[in-house]
Ligand binder design. Structure first.
Ligand code: BGC
Ligand code: BGC
Length: 437
């Protein structure tokens, strides 16, 4: 008998998150175009062991089995992402019907099982053809994204009520364009900043397209981290404020307040045109927050080209990835957001939270992690934050980007040779917590 979780408000949704390139495979099927992640993962030296998403979990062919896993778990909702290059193989033009058919079946399969579909329109798999025209460094990509969104909502909008525009624009900017550790692999450091604005503009235009098509609920998912200066030294405190501006406020302020943080306005320069911020702050029904860990920041040392330096956080257990486990950081993030944004903060969903563990099936570590973080969410609700749901990252072990198949985040173990799925102890634990059986 598990220790029961605290009682969440009626209607609180608990589910799982996944992303297209991380699970689908079938990269050449039904007219799908090439994405930047196909290119990147097939470039020597970019991913651990040269792993690619060519097959991944083969979810494209095994979605019925995966939907049964969700339903067996008692999941109330499923957050998945739609691969833009399945819908528009070259990023523009009329939709590829066969690509949309896959998501159409997925949505029907969810609804038939009583699970709320929560699609994300962009989880980093940009059509390569758009990258060839500048990717998110180009303002045009925002308009292309709105067009793509219209195709998707036209097809699925009669059944899908809740939508997420972008996943973690900060991580896509930082890893993809500033550091080059993710696709498209550009290492522009601070010159990556226009990527933030163009993604946010895409978000605003897509929000309008979704609303025009009658979408009931629209949100963006931001990766947020409570930032702690490593010391009381003015240099550390300033560096922490700058990092907070880059990581959190650059993406939350414009969508919630219609302005960029003062610290970054100058750096954005004339990338921001008149009227853009009005589009970006088109009202949202909810904010998606992904939380993994807090960040410790100090003043830059040596020759660093960046105005901050990330430091290790000591004194906590760490996941297989080496990330510190700090559940209270999630409470702080949620209550802190409420303090910063006040009534401008819409209802919140925790759209990702989870940990990587050893491959084995007996993942008490994950059970403890999820239990503690669900309690941390409950604490935030008790403190007055309107949190409406919580999504575990992730349902399945999957292609963990630059780390290939080495980091396992699944409630369900996947054998990448045979593609056999086996629920871990954490899956059974969560099912018991959700269904009482
Ligand atoms: C990010 C950092 C870093 C930097 C450079 C912000 O991107 O949060 O991770 O990449 O600014 O642009
Ligand atoms: C991303 C996921 C990723 C997870 C774990 C998040 O930043 O949205 O795609 O797998 O973190 O690294």
């Amino acid at each position: 008998m598990v220790d029961p979780l605290p009682r969440f408000p009626d209607g609180f949704l608990v589910g799982c998150s996944t992303a297209s390139y991380q699970i689908e495979g079938a990269v050449h099927e039904d007219g799908r175009g090439t994405s930047i992640w196909d290119t990147f993962s097939h470039t020597a030296g970019r991913t651990l062991n040269g792993d690619t998403g060519d097959v991944a979990c083969d979810h494209y062919h095994r979605s019925a089995e995966d939907l049964d896993l969700l339903s067996g778990l008692g999941a109330g909702a499923y957050r998945f992402s739609i691969a833009w290059p399945r819908v528009q193989p070259t990023g523009s033009g009329g939709p590829n019907t066969a690509g949309l058919d896959f998501y159409d079946r997925l949505v029907d399969g969810l609804l038939a099982r009583g699970i709320v579909p929560v699609p994300t329109l962009f989880h980093w798999d940009l059509p390569q053809a758009l990258e060839d025209r500048g990717g998110w460094l180009s303002r045009d990509t925002a308009a292309y994204f709105a067009d793509y969104t219209s195709h998707v909502v036209t097809r699925l909008g009669d059944r899908v009520r809740r939508w997420i525009t972008l996943n973690e624009p900060v991580v896509h900017m930082a890893q993809g364009y500033a550091y080059g550790t993710h696709a498209p692999g550009r290492a522009l450091l601070l010159d990556a900043l226009p990527v933030a604005h163009h993604q946010l503009l895409a978000h605003g235009l897509a929000t309008r397209a979704l609303r025009a098509a009658g979408a009931a609920e629209v949100m963006i998912t931001n990766n947020c981290t409570p930032v702690r200066p490593v010391g009381e030294d003015a240099g550390d405190v300033t560096a922490a404020a700058v990092y907070d501006a880059f990581h959190n406020r650059l993406f939350n302020d414009p969508v919630l307040l219609g302005s960029y943080p003062d610290l970054l306005t100058g750096a954005l320069g004339d990338v921001v045109r008149e009227g853009d911020l009005d589009i970006i702050r088109t009202p949202l029904d909810a904010l998606g927050i992904n939380y993994y860990n807090p960040t410790a920041v100090g003043a830059p040392s040596g020759e660093s080209p960046l105005p901050f330096e990330l430091r290790p956080i000591e004194g906590y257990p760490t996941t297989a990835f080496g990330w510190p486990v700090v559940p209270a950081g999630l409470t702080d993030l949620l209550t802190g957001s409420r303090e910063i944004y006040g009534d401008a903060l819409p209802p919140v969903y925790v759209t990702e939270n989870g940990c990587s563990t050893d491959p084995g099936l007996h993942d008490q570590f994950r059970i403890d992690y999820l239990d503690a973080h669900l309690r941390a969410v409950h604490d935030a609700i008790a403190a007055g934050v309107d949190v409406r749901g919580y999504f575990v990252w992730s349902l399945l072990d999957n292609f963990e980007w630059a780390e290939g198949y080495s980091q396992r985040f699944g409630l369900v173990h996947v054998d990448f040779e045979t593609l056999t799925r086996t629920p871990r102890d954490s899956y059974h634990w969560l099912r018991a917590a959700l269904t009482g059986s």
